[in-house]
Design a binder for this molecule. Structure first.
Ligand code: ADP
Ligand code: MG
Length: 249
């Protein structure tokens, strides 16, 4: 059974815009799935369906076979979303408060909240900045803070929306390392980006969105030659092929 399954999902906004059209996609436990597509193709709207932030107009999303509508609280906890705008996700006055916010709402004991916050800060290397005001962090650190807030919920899958947007080169490398560390540690990871050269070499599978549909699903090797036709820049390959497209040397 898939960890998450999107089955025939369409989404139409109240203003009449249709953002998703009959989208079907499975997310398997342990994979690192890259979802690519140009601006406006429906990537963010799809992501918001994966933990029930948005409900389909038609179709269904299943978490381990159960409709999200029947396990919404569990879906919110187990499917962690890291939004593009890291600033908008900050809720605490300090790094520690911010990371503890989610677990505090799970009615856990004070010790358990503290244990989870410490573990999450430590996992992303922010323990040393626990008492820092979040707005003073760098762009890369803010994104790692968002990751820590999600990790403190002990999720099964972590989904990143445009994680490299507006980061400098060290920030991109920091966040990429974080993504690979999560995946290496057994998390299921989904990376949504049109900058596919950042993660292509590390993805187990890739889906291409186009005008509200999933146009293609396959391996990087299968799809690299068609990405340009979907409005995604094709990375240049050297003699090493896809493996050689790396931001981590
Ligand atoms: N709240 C909304 N109301 C109406 N249309 C929306 C809303 N949010 C997104 N859309 C539309 O849905 C489509 C897909 O948007 P989005 O998923 O954000 O694209 P992407 O993340 O791929 O750039 C776009 O045409 C966008 O304008
Ligand atoms: Mg988007």
């Amino acid at each position: 059974m898939s960890l998450l399954e999107v089955r025939g999902v369409s989404h139409r906004f109240p203003d009449g815009r249709t953002a998703l059209r009959e989208v079907s996609l499975s997310i398997e436990s342990g994979e690192l799935l890259l979802i690519a597509g140009p601006n406006g193709s429906g990537k963010t709207v799809l992501m918001k369906h994966l933990n029930g932030l948005l409900a389909p107009t038609s179709g269904v999303v299943l978490l381990e076979g159960r409709p999200l509508a029947d396990c919404l609280a569990e879906a919110r906890r187990r499917v962690g979303l890291i939004f593009q705008d890291a600033d908008a996700q900050i809720v605490g006055q300090t790094v520690r408060e911010d990371v503890a916010f989610g677990p505090e709402n799970l009615r856990l004991s004070e010790e358990e909240v503290r244990r989870r916050a410490d573990a999450a800060m430590s996992a992303v290397g922010l323990l040393g900045l626990a008492d820092q005001a979040p707005h003073r962090l760098s762009g890369g650190e803010k994104r790692r803070l968002a990751v820590a807030g999600v990790l403190a919920m002990e999720p099964s899958v972590v989904i990143f929306d445009e994680p490299f947007a507006a980061l400098d080169y060290p920030g991109i490398r920091q966040v990429l390392r974080e993504i690979l560390r999560l995946h290496g540690g057994g998390h299921t990871v989904v990376v949504i980006t049109h900058e596919i050269e950042k993660v292509l070499a590390h993805a187990t599978r890739m889906a291409i969105m186009s005008a509200g549909t999933i146009a293609r699903v396959g391996t990087a090797a299968e799809l690299i030659d068609v990405v340009e036709s979907y409005g995604i820049r094709r990375p240049r390959l050297d003699a090493r092929g896809i493996r050689g497209i790396t931001w981590l040397t």
